[in-house]
Design a protein around this ligand. Structure first.
Ligand code: SF4
Length: 281
């Protein structure tokens, strides 16, 4: 059962060190998709809340009014939407906060970058192709239905995300398909480039074992596939094994990139301090 709360806030443009914008905008707090690997689960505000991640969404009802006001004060160049929530999650259909934010950003000619995994964003093409959407990072993955159920049971189907990416690209919007998290032996790394021939590049983020919740996810996977549990344990207890596992993936992605003649970028998290949350400590 989803708990929905209407809340008011004091600030909507929050400075960020993420290099995708000067400020982040999160119209909601919480996320219905409840991915097991979500890094936001581990942040201080979410842990203080003492409610399971995915069981609540706060609707920041005064966010559009604040945005109007703060744009005139702060004159942002580029903002990032969706750093700690999913702007296009199902509640958006009712509350339309993201829609209102995009209208305001367009009107004030402020550029924006969006992080999403929701195909619902394709409904927003009339707003997104007005020249201010700089880029959309669209999270995809290639895992079996069994693993999808284990790691992100409530997120939109993987095929529907690929379809949405095609619609956005066809509308002339810049989209980077973002494979995340790439999980060794779970993500099917065959044929990663051909679904996205129109994208300018493809990016990959390897699973960050340093997050607390990665441990839970690995445990879920290991229960379903004990042989994988043994491999993960090996990876986590031996630097060489860890590095070799990711090196093999690096090589495979590089090979496919050459074959597809398409650029790519990989985000790889360092070995060590496993299960220590290094983002929010
Ligand atoms: S969609 Fe994004 S914000 Fe929502 S749970 Fe998944 S990773 Fe977290």
């Amino acid at each position: 059962m989803l708990e929905i709360n209407k809340v008011t806030i004091n600030r909507i443009l929050n400075p960020t060190s993420i290099d995708l914008g000067e400020y982040v905008i999160n119209p909601y707090v919480g996320c219905e998709f409840a991915c097991t690997y979500c890094y936001v689960r581990s942040n201080k505000a979410a842990t203080r809340r003492k409610m399971p991640w995915g069981s609540y969404v706060d609707i920041r009802v005064n966010a559009p009014d604040l945005l109007e006001k703060e744009i005139s004060e702060k004159h942002p160049g580029t903002v990032l939407l969706g750093s700690t929530t999913e702007c296009f999650q199902p509640v958006e259909k009712e509350f339309r906060l993201t829609w209102k934010m995009l209208e305001i950003l367009n009107r004030h000619k402020v550029s924006y970058v969006i992080l999403t995994r929701s195909p619902y964003i394709a409904e927003y093409i009339p707003l997104l192709n007005q020249g201010f959407c700089k880029r959309i990072y669209f999270t995809v993955n290639k895992v079996s239905n069994t693993f999808k159920q284990l790691i992100e049971p409530k997120s939109p189907p993987l095929d529907s995300r690929n379809d949405a990416i095609h619609k956005l690209l066809d509308a002339g919007i810049s989209v980077i398909p973002y494979y995340s998290p790439v999980i060794p032996w779970v993500t099917d790394v065959r044929d990663l480039f051909s679904p996205f021939t129109k994208a300018e590049r493809i990016e990959f983020e390897y699973l960050n074992f340093n997050l607390h919740n990665a441990q839970d996810m690995v445990r879920h996977i290991s229960v379903a596939e004990p042989a994988l549990g043994i491999k993960f344990t090996g990876m986590l207890s031996e630097n060489n094994y860890h590095e070799q596992t990711w090196d093999t993936l690096d090589e495979e992605i590089a090979r496919q990139s050459r074959e597809a003649n398409k650029k790519y970028k990989i985000y790889r998290h360092p070995y060590g301090e496993f299960f220590q949350n290094t983002y929010f400590s």
